[in-house]
Design a protein. Structure first.
Lengths: 752, 168
């Protein structure tokens, strides 16, 4: 056991099979909807003949774009994603029609009979092809395949290179990754007698789902009510596509006035859902003889696929965090999102940083090797410290900058210094080559200058002393509800048993933004504190007479409400009753607004994020000389998350994030043939199994963050973003071979 | 002769038109045992794992016909009749082995089958026994912890490892 017992408000439901996910909901009279894909990758003049399908007994309707009362297209930034295509196919994931049947089997057999004709167009499948000035322009908007270009202009690197002792120019490449949540996308939609469509879906962002649905139906947001139910993982991947599955089922429910279920197979899920952006990265880095990084120039290209989704935000993070947690005076970055006819790319845990870190943290080790310095030394000289200025010109003086403390904690735990001396570097007689590697990162918590950042919380006291709690943060499996309950129990000094986390609905809790960007804990728990403050103030005002003291003298602890001298107290049962008798509702609302951030897009400078999470991960590997097989022996991961609220779940986030990063480093890749994805299930899309992993050690570093009302920051994404370069560095130290693309591959021929 | 399966210690008569269904769909749609999860339908993820005559089975890969006359335990059969938890279930909560929970029923059933055979498995043995169950949230470490904790509780307190529905 690595930690204290975990608290999960949904633990009992999830270990007994009671937890109901979207596919576990059914209503009488439910119809079943399935998608119809075209086999085109790119095509125009599409015509759909659904007459044969509609003639199948039990086939209720074949829905195409012409049936859509609202807009067929929507998106989080650009409204370019066709929830149903009209006449153009831009990727192999495009959906042409929705077949609704009395049973799923009927819908599936009718779907086979939908005929789609069109004129195939030569697809553009690589970034290079897409950048060719004569290439066909893929997006429906704009006039270029470059869909976004972020610039950073910090100092003037060009002038510095002549003074550098060492100049490295390196290219790196990262692959397309599937989020691979265990639960495929599913939605059940119920038309309600009052005209509202109720949605039970496997989405990670109810409010985004509501926007997609409202757009497709051409109805106001208030016509759609989305309930929080158990969600089987998201990792960034259950925003657009999961929302669109809900929207389509809602369209069916609206048109046919019956409940409609749409359950995705794993194959449909992988075919259609957006992926992690593959990147091509070029770096030119100038270093002084002492190992000080003087200048960086970088150019990165991210494959955005056929639709924009959140590419501008993903690539923005790659810009703001373009070269690790280092203070460098001269940095120019140009980060491009490029449209192709590949499946579109969007949010996945890490969001534009794992790709960058894979390059930059290997470059640091390359600098160390070329200058004959220690890798820790190069990091120490260049890393951000208290009061340092980042590459975006932000002064880090509003929280504890613990980069060195965090690095030291991993270094000591794993014994990096001694083990570093024992690395094989490709030589020795042993069949197994040994190496250790390490990487560090900082990660801007929450959205930063990417978007509006605030979160709301409602506390609703009941007559009998029980309390209902809800926030705008969504439970995707990470345990956010449990965190909010623990924070409220602490704030009100009450027994956890008093608190029930209410199953939220989009019609009750205000839109608090997406549960993404490592913002659940920092934003959600701060909103709980804000609401609890209001709640305590209200209670104090109305209980002061009963407790014979001034309102400000009242305290909340030991599951009671206390007067000044502690000789008078009220139980929560008494207190709530007292408020009701006074005709006062024991109800509080609180909002936490993220501290200000700033950004000047013309030069890529500003206070990008209001705080940062500092991380250091290290891995030990062995590489088999005969087969080239890379085996992980050990992983240590330290993270300054401000404060741990539910310790066992923090470790769960660390191990889970590291494991997804290990998948990226060693085995995962969405394979394609001519734009068609061929790795459509877990036989061909391999994710880490239990036996692929070593025992890991997570270390929580706690420097309470003064800008978070609980002191807590977050851990979701930091856990994933840096293990790949740590492993790549370990593999280099084992073999002497530098892997600049993922998944890492060692050709045994090179080890002879 | 009527065809039946014993599911969670209750004998269930099977209709002829159900014989060709996969156990996954039969258990979910006909028996409303929705804790049996559908993650891939190809026997690749382990979310639909059940115990069939004390062996771990991917219910998406077996027809109902093959289960006739046999005994099935699903995650719903693990708790005791009074709703209290089997040590494996409790250990999954305490160890922090549950996040999204979609793999959890399958993990619990694979753990159950393991502990019936081997009351004191080492961490490597646990990893081998559960390697067919995929989880994307946890990195598995706390799942291994959970199985270890459950095994030691069953041994040390002399508890029966049998599913709750089999104990009165």
């Amino acid at each position: 056991m690595t930690s204290k017992k975990a608290f999960r408000n949904d633990g009992y439901a999830k270990v007994t099979g009671r937890a109901a996910y979207a596919d576990d909901y059914s209503f009488s009279g439910t119809l079943h909807m399935v998608p119809v894909y075209t086999d085109f990758i790119a095509a125009k003049n599409i015509e759909i003949d659904s007459s044969k399908a509609e003639a199948v007994p039990g086939c209720v309707k074949v829905i195409t774009a012409k049936d859509v009362p609202g807009s067929t297209c929507f998106g989080q930034i650009e409204h370019d994603y066709p929830m149903l295509i009209t006449d153009t196919v831009r990727s192999w994931g495009d959906v042409a029609a929705l077949v609704v049947g009395e049973t799923r089997e009927i819908a599936l057999s009718a779907a086979d009979l939908v005929e789609i004709h069109g004129e195939a167009v030569k697809p553009v499948l690589t970034i290079e092809e897409a950048l060719n000035p004569y290439a066909r322009v893929i997006p429906s908007y704009g006039d270029s395949n470059i869909v976004v270009h972020h610039k950073m202009r910090h100092g003037n690197p060009e002038d510095q290179f002549s003074q550098c002792e060492l100049i490295l120019e390196e290219d790196f490449e990262t692959q397309m990754i599937e989020q691979a949540y265990m639960e495929p996308e599913t939605a059940v939609c119920l038309p309600r007698h009052d005209g509202v469509i109720e949605i039970y879906g496997s989405m990670q962002h109810p409010f985004s789902t509501r926007r997609f649905t409202a757009k497709l139906l051409g109805e106001p947001l208030s016509n759609i009510e989305i309930y929080t139910i158990a969600v089987g993982g998201g990792f960034g991947g259950k925003d657009d596509t999961a929302a669109i599955v809900c929207a389509r089922a809602a369209l069916g429910a609206r048109l046919l006035n019956r409940p409609v279920k749409m359950r995705y197979t794993r194959e449909w899920s992988i075919r259609e859902s957006y992926k992690r952006h593959p990147y091509k990265l070029h770096y030119k880095v100038g270093v002084s003889s002492e190992g000080r990084i003087l200048a960086v120039e970088t150019e990165m290209y991210a494959d955005s696929g056929a639709y924009l989704s959140v590419t501008p935000w993903v690539t923005w993070r790659s810009t703001a965090q373009c070269f690790g947690p280092y203070t460098i005076d001269h940095v120019h970055a140009d980060v491009y999102g490029v449209a192709t006819n590949n499946i579109f790319t969007g949010a996945m845990r890490g969001f534009g940083s794992p790709q960058v870190n894979f390059a930059s943290e290997q470059i640091i080790d390359m600098i160390a090797q070329r200058l004959n310095m220690h890798p820790l030394g190069v990091r120490r000289i260049n890393m951000v410290k208290q009061g340092s200025t980042t590459v975006t010109g932000q002064v880090l003086d509003k929280h504890t900058v613990s980069m060195e403390e965090v690095m030291n904690s991993t270094v000591h735990e794993i014994g990096y210094r001694k083990k570093y001396e024992k690395c094989s570097h490709g030589s020795g007689d042993s069949e197994e080559l040994y190496g250790i590697g390490l990487a560090i990162s900082y990660r801007g918590a929450s959205l930063g200058a990417e978007g509006m950042d605030f979160c709301s919380c409602i506390i609703n006291g009941q007559f009998d002393g029980s309390l209902l709690l809800e926030t705008g943060i969504h439970e995707n499996g990470q345990g956010s509800e449990s965190v909010m309950m623990l924070v409220l129990a602490e704030e009100l000094g009450v027994n956890l048993k008093r608190i029930r986390y209410r199953r939220s609905s989009t019609s009750v809790i205000p839109d608090s933004g997406t549960t993404v960007a490592t913002r659940g804990t920092i934003m959600g728990s701060s909103s709980v504190v804000a609401a609890a403050e209001n709640f305590k103030k209200l209670l104090s005002t109305h209980l002061a007479d009963r407790l014979k003291c001034n309102p400000e003298e009242i305290t909340f602890h030991n599951d009671k409400i206390w007067g000044k001298t502690f000789d008078l107290s009220l139980s929560w049962e008494e207190a709530m009753k007292e408020l009701f008798l006074q005709r006062v509702t024991p109800y509080a609302f609180g909002t936490f607004q993220a501290p200000d951030v700033s950004w000047d897009d013309t030069v890529g400078q500003g206070n990008a994020y209001f705080t940062y999470v500092y991380s250091c991960q290290s891995a030990e590997v062995s590489v088999n000389r005969k087969t080239g097989k890379i085996s992980l022996l050990n992983v240590v991961a330290s993270h300054d998350i401000g404060k741990a609220i539910n310790e066992a779940m923090v470790f769960g986030q660390i191990y889970g994030g590291v494991t997804q990063g290990i998948g990226m480093a060693l085995m995962e890749e969405v394979k394609k043939e001519e734009g068609r994805i061929t790795s459509l299930n877990f036989d061909t899309y391999k994710i880490p199994r239990m036996t692929d992993l070593p025992e890991m050690k997570g270390i929580i570093v706690e420097n309470h963050d003064p800008q978070s009302l609980t002191g807590a920051k977050g851990i979701g994404e930091p856990a994933l973003e840096l293990i790949a370069p740590a492993i790549a560095n370990a593999v280099y130290n084992a073999t002497g071979i530098r892997c600049k693309s993922m998944p890492l591959h060692i050709d045994p021929e090179e080890l002879k | 002769m009527s065809k039946s399966i014993k599911i969670n210690n209750k004998i269930v008569l099977v209709e002829n038109n159900e014989l060709e269904m996969t156990l996954l769909h039969y258990l979910r749609e006909k028996r409303f045992l929705r804790g049996v999860k559908n993650g891939c339908e190809k026997g690749l993820c382990g979310s639909c794992t059940i115990a069939l005559d004390n062996r771990g089975i991917r219910s998406c890969r077996m027809k109902v016909e093959k289960a006739i006359g046999k005994e099935i335990i699903t995650v719903e059969g693990m708790e005791y009749p009074d709703g209290s938890l089997h040590p494996i279930q409790q250990a999954f909560i305490d160890a922090g082995a549950v996040q999204c929970g979609f793999c959890t029923p399958g993990m619990i059933m694979s753990s159950y089958v393991l502990l019936l055979k081997n009351p004191n498995p080492g961490r490597e043995e646990i990893r081998k026994a559960l390697q067919g169950n995929l989880c994307r949230c946890t990195g598995y470490q706390q799942i291994v912890d959970a199985v270890e904790i459950a095994a030691s509780k069953i041994r040390e307190e002399g508890l029966s490892p049998l599913a709750g529905c089999l104990q009165s």
